[in-house]
Design a protein. Sequence first.
Lengths: 405, 148
Amino acid sequence: MSFDVEAVRRQFPVLSQRPYGKRLAFLDSGATAQKPQAVIDAVSRFYAQDNSNVHRGVYDLAERATAAFEGARKKIARYIGADPREVIFTRGTTEGVNLVAQTYGRAHVGPGDEILLTGMEHHSNIVPWQMLAAEKGAKLVVVPVDDRGEVHLADFERLIGPRTRMVAVTQVSNALGTVNPVKEIVRIAHARGVPVLVDGAQAMPHMKIDVRDLDADFYVFSGHKMFGPTGIGVLHGKAKILEAMPPWQGGGDMILSVSFEGTRFNTIPYRFEAGTPDAAGAVGLGAAVDWLEGLDREGAEAHERDLLAYATGRLQEIPGLRIIGTAPGKVAVISFVLTGVHPHDVGTILDREGVAVRAGHHCAQPLMERFGVPATVRASFALYNTREDVDQLVRGLHRVREMFP
Amino acid sequence: MSELTDLYQEVILDHGRKPRNFRAMADATATAEGLNPLCGDHYHVFLKMDGDRIEDVSFQGNGCAISKASASLMSAALKGKSKADAEDLFQRFHKMVVEGDGSQADGLGKLAVLKGVADFPTRVKCASLAWHAMHSALHGDSQPATTE
């Protein structure tokens, strides 16, 4: 098995379109990844053949829907090295963080306690903790980010104190591409008896994750960033912790029995899945996992590394371009600014060249402030990108320089 | 299809590079903030009212060439205008840029160069941001203006 990018690209229908008559260079996979035909088909097949509500009916169709939904859970669990009981379906990473903050967090964080984050967190791994801290009279403590866009283990050693109740850290920075040493961070936190939540949203599309090996207490990710559908994601939690956690949303499917006097709650993972779930989304995410498992992942990672090196080199030829985030070993995400041009204007000009990039603060305003820029342009690559996409980006940037010399 | 040069006209590039009235105003009688939460564009608009007349206008902040040029051109257009004239300009500008009514350009003087923005739906909010802030300041709203 070897990695054939052209064969991969043919499986993504969206990539064959021609915006403004130009080839589409989709460099915004950090926002959401495109979907292979196998995922699109799985979702459509579920609605066409297997749709009914899960965990409810006694008829054949209901049984098939439930089997497809639970089959997806098992598949995802196996893929990340977890027990299916530890895989809770959510709407995405944001919902996963909120769930943990509002159940585990509310039960364990009190006045004067601390929640430790890093300076490179996405708003979704800041705001839920900030809301919890405001409610409980706790405070956020922030691990600083250095000029290359890295955090240092010594700072975790220093800042995890007797009042730290949670460490919440991203595995891969969405804005910079930095890969954090989460396994070591977990080890340091656990040595002090502090649990860790890892935001895996940006890691999942770039690398294979083993949650047992990582040993984080909570690992959250989104389906749509790893070639699956939008609206579905996963919260992985260690069974022992999940079993002791109070429920979150109340409703159907999360109960054993209900009377007006009280409710007995269901076992995990169902206790945290109130209401009709996004069954088609779960099936689609299962299909994305199948699709990823059918790839030469090492080959794909090598391909992405090549794209990063090639793009980093070629961007040097643009006058006044500065890359923000230069951590060694980062994934293929390049954030940059151009002197004299606002990223938003760069984005519009690149769009007309068929190049789709993100321009803005990337839901990481504190990080932008750290680097003294209001916004950046971000080219984020996925395994279906090619050197041709990079060339098109560079051509577009020359065009920007013509208009904004 | 409209061309990039319809959007980035020389006047716009010039005002984006060298915005006019780009300063804080210590003796402003009304100020308001304009914030686009999607892209982070962020301006403060300052007004100095002399009764019903806008004696001075200025702005400060961060954003793209379109938002900055629009704020700059707005500040130049509003100086000396009455509250009612400013309201009228705001409505005309809104119709031209947000609703795509090109016929409004005739009554807008220099601001007509922003007509092309209407053909770039993702940039309409850039052009209208400072205008919403100015409108809030004029009406004494304390909440930051957004273009949502």
